[in-house]
Design a protein around this ligand. Sequence first.
Ligand code: MD3
Ligand code: FE
Length: 218
Amino acid sequence: MTTGDLFGDHPPADDTRIALGEAAFVLRGFALSEAPALIAAVDAIAQQAAFRHMVTPGGFEMSVALTNSGALGWTSDRRGYRYATHDPLTEAAWPPLPDVFLRLAHSAAAEAGFHGFTPDACLINRYVPGARMSLHQDKDEQDYGAPIVSVSLGMPAVFLFGGHRRADRPQRIPLFHGDVVVWGGPDRLRYHGIAPLKDHPHAMLGSQRINLTFRKAG
Ligand code: MD3
Ligand code: FE
């Protein structure tokens, strides 16, 4: 694959399902047809609950900006990470999950073999060039039996898919606009992250990448 293919506006192939692990799949282009509606919904959510840079318990500001939709939203400060029903910036409830979010999360999970997935939280991450997410596990949710569904929009990213130990060398998998990743079961607690984003402006989102992760948090 050439660099041109890797960072084009479109995935190398649509409608393919790539198994990353026993219960982890990339669904190439699964969200492509809904992308304009998803982006419009993100804009509406961000008007009520603005993107912000969280501070880690260690006192570092994250390079990724985030907001939330759903009954629960993920927040972080010097006291730690937690899910909360209200936005600490406005003290309002997080905006509810739009139907287009719920339908997509449910159908993508089913496509990967997880039937009946109803998320109660959508964490929305926004990356600009240079932003990254270092290797971590998603452990703040109550129920590790439910999968997580992730939707990539805008600029491409290299996602790092590690093992069950931080030191396990991660696979590097490019993710493109419209791609969906679903992971659960034995892959639910694998380390993962996003390499520093390169600037390959996208037709719909410019120099940004938006990632939605749907979770059952409560
Ligand atoms: C987890 N977000 O918000 S999601 C996060 O693209 C987060 O913004 C990243 O990690 C993002 O917590 C990555 C995609 C993903 C893909 C595969 C995984 C997460 C995974 C495999 C195992 C565990
Ligand atoms: Fe994560």
